[in-house]
Design a protein around this ligand. Structure first.
Ligand code: G1P
Ligand code: ZN
Length: 544
């Protein structure tokens, strides 16, 4: 096998964000060696991987297969001993995490831009996950970036394309290249965690659900697990065929983008349970008949009911939520007498806590929930968790949620996004708030008053690393909160996110509409931050 050293030149725009490198597909297609540079820079940032295993898979978006073939050639030339690839080049993000862990891989590449639209005129992305199955820590992503700035060659080899459509093993030089079933390892892990027999019984009893694959990666996983394995009627999974352009849609599971599912679940004859996942399968949305479960409540309910699930029957070591996620799970942790960690936004902070055995469950308000079974958030896992609870409790989604509120109180919660605002002005607004933090305490809104305010910072309890400037937090004496932060994932201008939460213990007040329940806090948020003055907007573009 001849290994070629190919000359290349650096680009200065290959800094991986928290979710890897995401660019327009055309950037990957048109800039020579764009993908090769990133992959080689990743290998150049790692040590001692010779002879070890690399996993490759993606969410099926445009460019997935071609990129897979390229990465295989670089992996062979760089000396990996074994490459595991999902059939057709597919692996959902949680399945990739599962495969990396199960086969003791050195690491893996996930080809995805998550919920961003796919296609030649949309987005493509690549991210490197380490041997624990989680996103590469900042130390590695920064090293990758440094290497992309000085790269002058990459290693490749001339070999025929791998037959991605056939499970099996071939040798290229000294490297074993194995095309694996992308579903079976993940499905087996799910079977080890959840009570599949109870869920089978539930479907047998006539229980109906609708899962929206949104033409992205989770369709085949949901079809295999829900329909084939668990006996849900055929047709339970809609939009189940992954398309290179995700059917032209925006596979982000929320009330705005999961249109078909929402119209079914809020239609005249909804099934008992509805769910969707995103482009690469790590997010989830949970619905009942005519009922939406906020991701923050969902996390709290999973924690409160965890011992109904065989995989968590011995209880939870602890839980964690990102700072802007509602404190609903905190109430459960308090009742269970287990630790509850509050981390900055983004999944990577949970990984350390899991590796150290400090938490079992975690989640974010942005439709991400997960546990220590992998090191990524996991959409279908959350759906199966809910199914397991529904099978055990034999109550409706709405009843489970309202009983939860009755026991723990309700954390009314909303997120207001102001998208595409001027970046400089948005930063000015945050600076302005930060400078006035000391003047805020004691200010009153109705019967509440501000008990403290800060710019959130976090010291990782495991490795001691510190992250500051993570969002302005205004806390009230009754547990209500207002949080202001700028998105770290937006592509155009800036996105201001305002998170508003109010705790209500009184059950007789639980049925108020959310925006109404929060209206005084929303008005206060606008006035305290001068949102209109700095963003030019009096109303958010998206309300969740
Ligand atoms: C958003 C979400 C955050 C999530 C991230 C990646 O980041 O808010 O919870 O971890 O996407 O999926 P943001 O744009 O707010 O920085
Ligand atoms: Zn995703």
């Amino acid at each position: 096998m001849d290994i070629n050293t190919v000359a290349t030149t650096p680009y200065d725009d290959q800094r991986p964000g928290t979710s890897g490198l995401r660019k327009k597909t055309r950037v990957f297609l048109e800039k020579p060696n764009y993908l090769e540079n990133f992959v080689q820079a990743t290998f150049d940032s790692l040590e001692d991987f010779q002879g070890k295993t690399l996993v490759i898979g993606g969410d099926g978006r445009y460019g997935n297969k071609e990129a897979t073939q390229t990465i295989v050639r670089l992996a062979v030339a760089n000396g990996f001993g074994r490459v595991l690839i999902g059939k057709y080049g597919l692996l959902s993000t949680p399945a990739a995490s599962c495969v990396i862990r199960k086969y003791n891989a050195f690491g893996g590449f996930i080809l995805s831009a998550s919920h961003n639209p796919a296609g030649i005129d949309e987005d493509f992305g690549i991210k490197y996950n380490a041997g624990n199955g989680g996103p590469a820590p900042e130390k590695i992503t920064e090293a990758i970036y440094e290497h992309t700035l000085k790269i002058d060659r990459y290693l490749s080899c001339e070999s025929e394309d791998i037959h991605l459509e056939k499970v099996g093993s071939t040798k290229i030089g000294d490297t074993e290249v194995v095309v694996i079933n992308p579903i079976s390892d993940y499905a087996q892990l799910m079977q080890e965690i959840f009570d599949f027999d109870a869920i089978r019984e539930l479907f047998k009893s006539g229980f109906r659900m609708c899962f929206d694959g949104m033409h992205a990666i989770t369709g085949p996983y949901a079809k295999a697990i829900l329909e084939t394995e668990l006996g849900a009627p055929s047709g339970t999974v809609i939009n189940h065929i992954p398309r290179p352009d995700f059917g032209g849609g925006h596979p982000d599971p929320n009330l705005t983008y999961a249109k078909k599912l929402v119209s079914i679940m809020f239609g005249p004859t909804p099934p008992e349970f509805g769910a969707a996942s995103d482009g690469d399968g790590d997010r989830n949305m949970i619905l009942g008949s005519n009922f939406f479960v906020t991701p923050s409540d969902s996390l709290a309910i999973l924690a409160a009911n965890a011992t109904l699930v065989p995989g968590y029957k011995d209880g939870l070591a602890g839980v964690a939520r990102s700072m802007p996620t509602s404190a609903a799970v905190d109430q459960v942790a308090k009742a269970l007498n287990i630790p509850c960690f509050e981390t900055p936004t983004g999944w990577k902070f949970f990984g350390n806590l899991m590796d150290a055995g400090k938490i079992t469950l975690c989640g974010e308000e942005s439709f991400g929930t997960g546990s220590d079974h992998v090191r990524e958030k996991d959409g279908l896992w959350a759906v199966l968790f809910w199914l397991n609870i529904l099978a055990a409790r034999k109550q409706s989604v709405e009843t489970i949620v309202s009983e939860h509120w009755k026991t723990y109180g309700r954390n009314f919660y909303t997120r207001h996004d102001f998208e595409g605002v001027d970046k400089g002005r948005a930063e000015e607004m945050i600076d302005n708030l930060r400078n006035r933090l000391h003047t805020l305490p004691d200010r009153a809104v109705g019967t509440m008053h501000i008990s403290f305010s800060d710019d959130f910072s976090y010291t990782d309890p495991v490795d001691g690393s510190k992250s500051s400037g993570q969002g302005i937090r205004i806390q009230f004496n009754d547990g209500s909160r207002i949080i202001f932060r700028l998105s770290g994932t937006g592509t155009e201008g800036a996105t201001l996110r305002v998170y508003i939460e109010r705790f209500e213990a009184d059950q007789s007040k639980h049925n108020v509409e959310t925006q109404e329940a929060l209206s005084d806090l929303i008005a206060f948020a606008h006035s305290i931050a001068d949102i209109q003055k700095f963003t030019g907007r009096s109303k958010p573009t998206v309300i969740t």
